[in-house]
Design a protein around this ligand. Sequence first.
Ligand code: GDP
Length: 423
Amino acid sequence: DFIKESMNIVIVGHVDHGKSTIIGRLLADTDSLPKGKLEQVKEKCRRSSKPFEYAFLLDALKDEQEQGITIDAARCFFNTKKRDYIIIDAPGHIEFLKNMVTGASRAEVALLVIDANEGIKENSKRHGYLLSMLGIKKIAVLVNKMDLVDYDEEIYEKIVEGYTEFLEQIDIKPEAFVPVSGFEGVNIAEKSKETPWYGGKSVLDLLDSFETMRPELDQPFRMPIQGVYKFTKKGDKRRIVAGTIETGKFKVGDEVVFYPSGKKSRVKTIESLNKSDIKEAHSGYATGFTLDEQIYVKRGEVAALASEQRLDYSTRIRGNIFWLGTKPITIGSEYMLKIGTAKSIAKVEKIVRVIDASNLKNEQKGHVDRHDVAEIIFKTAKPIAFDLADKLSATSRFVIVDDYEISGGGIVVESLDSEENKT
Ligand code: GDP
């Protein structure tokens, strides 16, 4: 049977620039709303003599989800002939951060919304920075509310120019800019006559033109260990190493290395709940394997292949982070750092620099405030394994937990010598 593919997208932008309106439009114009929902919301507006807004559709759906059995209020779905789209929660939200870093649901594409009438705001820049840090490289910029500027090409081009320049500084090259009006539905589902000067695609056609990427398959094998379990098969006692494959693939007979312990063995069997005789497994799969030799590995280690690029490990790392915690980060503060399934207490050894993400300027201060981006040196209580962000981004991401709450996230940019390693 033909299974449609799906793509996770995230819609970001300054408050009131029109994210909810555009989402409402996308849902309505693709017939993805529950039956009668549009009429119901319109009728409700009529009765309370409020003008109808597409953004209300989103609120109505969220209310319903909260009352019903669906727990995932942060998600919305729409589909085209080509595929299903899942709109996931926005950056700046802890939930989003958590999902991106843990891999629970990673956005492949971001739509960045800018109000044509208001122009580029701090958040338009801040969000661009977050996206680049989280490794979302496929970005389309929607210049919204074009109706408010009479679909003026010059105003549009000015925003395109200004924002392209900013994105260049953070190494992002957007796939496209689209002039839209969420309000009037211009260039959302179809190209509209209001912008004859625009030669590109409608938002939906643009999304459909993006390829879903599975580059993880060509990357080195990485599997953070969830746990090691004992089981008996045909009277034979075995230990199964379980986890979800982050990137790459492995097969029976491969030599695996565990980091940071450095222990090695060969894959004897690949185990799965409902399949037998699996010879190979690849990224995205939750799986387990048994080994030729009994070696003791534990949760928090990362399995890699001896024949591929090695992982780094250290007790001192330099990270690029963004902070969403309410208490500022100061030198000497202690947090729980989580990379994959590994965790360790980590102390802030040095605040190398603090960057204002809205203008990329360095700020002279000795602490990191909420919404700041910073470069920090952490000293961890025990060795932790990772890849460097420019080599393999998935296994370079970490979250910073303060008092049981995820309060920030980042990527490892450098592995530093730890005191213990210095001789
Ligand atoms: P969000 O905070 O980014 O989700 O913004 P909303 O979607 O809630 O929109 C904020 C306000 O801008 C609402 O009153 C919308 O009706 C209005 N709005 C959104 N898109 C457009 C547009 O294309 N044209 C006009 N004129 N107003 C819009």
